[in-house]
Design a protein around this ligand. Structure first.
Ligand SMILES: [Zn+2]
Length: 406
């Protein structure tokens, strides 16, 4: 039997207002939107009558936007949901790894519960998809993966997810190769990696091993790459070459790619072109405590860029709000996207590219057949939502209401 929900009186963006060739605002109108079996089935003006006997929810003029995709988070080692704990000063990343060897086993009994709290947080901010990097290391083995899986399973009706098997302590350095292979058979969908020079001390072998596991498991790849400047660029070029050799186009992501923020524009352009050719995506948390990578340049060259909160209040980092809109806001502010069109385009970086209007201002979302994933925001338009971090009031996933503000 079909499952339908009418969203009544949703405000949808219909175009830009313009004067003398300049965008001066966003036009919205009120619609009823029918969601059936996880898809948009119909969009009609709010003046139309809708049939009785179908469940309905009145949006009362709230702005309907595509829901958000949290593309880089660590659900498995957060302090969130528990008491506040101080982040200790660390001379380097290896100090954090030593900390984890004691901390993760201690946190294991609450790992599932905290992951669920974090999922609740990101969903309350409008996300219906998460990509989580889960520690796979010799101390915790596959236990965090199990806890992550269980937490996600409780959310299976509320969001979609991807789990990356993340050898946080170094794929080669901590001898985690067979553990990552195991993880791929036990619920992880993507192969992760971390800093093949700093952690593994063997760029070629580290990348090769990661790609081998991915090909064996027929899985995508998401590599944490914090390596600086030209070292980072060298690794990105190597990875692009390996992606080509493996025929893994469209299946590789570089998370952070910090090096791109520290090299001349011409060098970053060269990498962007390679990434576009190999359809390698970049995920960023839009850091502002270091040179931010040139996200506008990557986007202009055709590289898919997604955003994520990364660590949310854990032993690595006390910050993180769980709000993807805040990441779009930071991206816009960092690159001075202050005009109406630029602000509204910033939304696409947290929705997997979906925006209500296209670059020219034509309405392109929601259309009949689109996945019925949406967030309802107390704002007039996307630009306001991004600039003012407007409050979220409700979230729909796969055609069902999954969260509403109390
Ligand atoms: Zn991370």
């Amino acid at each position: 039997m079909k499952e339908s929900l009418w969203i009544k009186n949703a405000s949808l963006e219909c175009g830009y207002t313009e004067a003398n060739g300049i965008v001066t605002g966003t036009k919205t109108e009120c619609f009823h939107v029918l969601l059936t079996d996880g898809r948009v089935e119909n969009v009609v003006p709010a003046t139309s009558d809708i049939p009785d006997g179908v469940s309905a929810w009145d949006a009362q003029g709230l702005l309907m936007l595509p829901s958000f995709r949290e593309m880089h988070i660590h659900l498995d080692k957060t302090f969130y949901g528990g008491p506040w704990q101080a982040v200790l000063p660390a001379p380097n990343r290896f100090f954090r790894i030593e900390q984890e060897q004691e901390l993760l086993p201690r946190q294991l009994p609450v790992a599932r519960e905290r992951a669920e709290k974090l999922l609740e947080l990101v969903q309350s901010h409008g996300a219906t998809h998460v990509r989580t990097h889960c520690n796979i290391d010799p101390v915790i083995g596959l236990k965090n993966l199990e806890a992550t899986w269980e937490a996600l399973a409780t959310y299976r009706e509320k969001l979609s997810w991807e789990i990356v098997a993340f050898p946080q302590h170094g794929l080669l350095r901590s001898d985690s190769v067979s553990l990552v292979r195991e993880a791929m058979k036990h619920g992880a969908g993507l192969v992760g990696g971390v800093d093949p020079a700093t952690f593994d001390d063997d760029i070629e072998k580290s990348l090769d091993t990661m790609m081998d596991i991915a090909v064996e498991a027929n899985a995508d790849v998401d590599l944490h790459l914090h390596e600086p400047g030209h070292l980072g660029v060298y690794i990105m070029k190597k990875l692009a070459a390996m992606t080509k050799d493996a025929g893994w186009q469209g299946r590789v992501t570089v998370s952070h790619a910090y090096g791109l923020g520290e090299v001349p524009t011409a060098v970053a352009e060269e990498v962007a072109e390679l990434f576009a050719e190999q359809q390698i995506a970049v995920m960023s948390a839009v850091p502002i405590d270091m040179p931010t990578i040139p996200i506008p340049l990557l986007h202009a060259k055709g590289v898919h860029v997604g955003l994520g909160n990364d660590n949310i209040t854990d032993h690595w980092d006390p910050f993180g709000t769980g709000d993807m809109l805040q990441k779009a806001n930071r991206l816009a502010e960092r690159f001075r996207w202050i005009d109406e069109r630029s602000l509204s385009r910033a939304l696409g970086f947290v929705t997997g590219g979906l925006t209500p209007l296209d670059q020219a201002g034509n309405q392109v979302w929601p259309k009949v057949g689109d996945e019925a994933n949406a967030v309802f925001v107390r704002a007039k338009c996307s630009a306001e939502a991004v600039a003012r971090l407007s409050p979220k009031e409700a979230v729909v996933f796969s055609g069902k209401m999954v969260w509403q503000k109390q």
